[in-house]
Design a protein around this ligand. Structure first.
Ligand SMILES: Cc1cc2nc3c(=O)[nH]c(=O)nc-3n(C[C@H](O)[C@H](O)[C@H](O)COP(=O)(O)OP(=O)(O)OC[C@H]3O[C@@H](n4cnc5c(N)ncnc54)[C@H](O)[C@@H]3O)c2cc1C
Length: 430
């Protein structure tokens, strides 16, 4: 359920809000602002809004996570405070109830992740766009943001290449990161904002695959095969989950969860070492005892499959890093497979983008300090989180913060102008 704050302007015409970017952050900003009585137009460069959101639906649309809020907020690392303020304002519980109101009840998966029961984005998006239409939100597709025109208004280029400069009392930019650029968000806003003096942390791929120099045989035979229920350790951080073997290396939830540490190690040393545990639930000694059972005439692979319950790709991975001799050594290796990561997969197919507009340059309402009247939301801000529903939660929550921030700022300005007018009249009264 969305909290209903008072109307933004107490007097005169409703405020006009331009929102650029029709992804989840922009659409949530539009909903909040329209509910508060603003005249809202959403400008989107593609022929239809929320293309990346629809793609996220192909993986089941992990909307948020059910873990307790203090734990939830830790997933954002730095800058936790700024994101925490937004997520407290639009919490996972509120998100679930919002989805429910759109006719999309949710369920909690075994990992604690929250999904719509349909496991799709399209029914939710359809209902959401209908709701925005009823609220009077205008959607203009094929309009690309090109910079600032008057103080608080955007400059756009329409489908015919013509410059459009709509009147707006405030603008919210929700232009996304730079992953999957063919879906609309290509990070082209970075150069425009930088030339306006806005500090931006360089964009890089997050929640993306990592590069490992597999042998030709291993990559050729096992790319596309999963490593199920494994542990991955980097430094003193360990995560559990699944990974997928790719031609170039590994991808999947457990790798994304280690993303921050992997990125830091790569930046420092040009490489990162992770240690895989193929049997995180079985103590090493118990594993060694099982492997030590008589093997008879079985191949080692068959023996390991039966005694250690390892599948073909897991056994091949042990071979890839050198199969040791003896039950104890094999058990140790199963629980400590060292892998050297040499790089990250590209932005093209990353799930999200790290980096973005630095929070130092924003106030608590997510307004650019250098550009009063221009607010920002979603993945274009400098935060990062693993998969698990934390991405959409932060995008929707910052969209809500920016919309409330813009309307509060306009109300303050209206009040300020009225009181200045009052003072002027008083001063000029003889
Ligand atoms: C394969 C995949 C699966 C994912 N699955 C999940 C998941 O299950 N759970 C989860 O939490 N997150 C998931 N995500 C991440 C999530 O989709 C994003 O974090 C989220 O969509 C970002 O929202 P946003 O509104 O900030 O940006 P976007 O969704 O990127 O929207 C920005 C919009 O702005 C438009 N735009 C960009 N530049 C301009 C411009 N110059 N002028 C006009 N319009 C412009 C774009 O066309 C786009 O429509 C997934 C992402 C991918 C790629």
């Amino acid at each position: 359920m969305i909290e209903h704050r008072p109307q933004a302007a107490q007097t005169g015409d409703p405020p006009r809000l331009a929102i650029v970017g029709g992804g989840p952050a922009g659409l949530m900003a539009a909903e909040i602002a329209a509910r508060r009585g603003a005249r809202v137009t959403v400008y989107e460069r593609m022929g239809a809004p929320a293309r990346k959101f629809l793609l996220a639906g192909r993986g089941g649309l992990n909307l948020t996570h059910s873990e307790p809020l203090p734990q939830f907020l830790k997933r954002y690392g730095e800058p936790a405070d700024e994101i925490a303020a937004s997520v407290r304002g639009f919490s996972p519980e509120q998100l679930i109830s919002w989805a429910n109101d759109l006719g999309q009840p949710t369920f909690v998966g075994t990992s604690g992740r929250v999904f719509p029961k349909t496991m799709k984005a399209s029914p939710l998006l359809r209902a959401w766009l209908q709701r925005l239409d009823v609220l009077g939100v205008e959607l203009k597709t094929r309009h690309t943001w090109n910079g600032f025109s008057r103080n608080t208004a955007p400059e756009l280029i329409d489908a015919h290449g013509s410059r459009v400069t709509p009147a707006a009392d405030a603008t919210i930019l929700a232009l996304g990161g730079a992953s999957w650029p063919r879906l609309g968000s290509d990070g082209s806003w970075v150069s425009i904002l930088r030339s306006a003096g806005i500090e931006i942390t360089p964009l890089s791929a997050s929640n993306c695959g990592v590069e490992i120099a597999w042998s030709e045989i291993f990559a050729g035979k096992f790319a596309g095969h999963p490593l199920k229920r494994i542990g991955v350790q980097i430094g003193d951080v360990t995560h559990r989950g699944e990974a997928m073997i790719t031609r170039a290396g590994l991808e999947g939830g457990v790798i994304y969860a280690c993303g921050r540490e992997i990125r830091t190690a790569l930046a420092k040393d040009g490489r990162a070492t992770v240690v895989l545990d193929l049997k995180p639930d079985v103590p090493e000694a118990a594993l060694a005892a099982r492997i030590d059972r008589p093997r008879g005439r079985q191949s080692l692979a068959n023996h390991l499959r039966k005694t250690a319950a390892l599948d073909r790709q897991a056994i091949a991975l042990i071979h890839e890093t050198g199969m040791p001799i003896g039950a104890a050594a094999i058990a140790h290796r199963i629980k400590h497979i060292p892998l050297t990561i040499t790089g990250l997969g590209g932005l093209d197919r990353a799930i999200s983008t790290a980096g973005g507009i630095a929070f130092r340059g924003l106030d608590a309402r997510l307004m650019l300090l250098q550009k009063p009247g221009i607010f920002v939301a979603g993945e274009m801000l400098d935060w990062d989180a693993p998969t698990g529903g934390y991405l959409l939660q932060a995008c929707l929550a910052t969209g809500a913060t920016a919309a409330n921030g813009a309307l509060d700022w306009l109300s303050d300005r209206t009040r300020q102008n009225a009181s200045n007018d009052g003072r002027r009249v008083a001063d000029s009264t003889p």
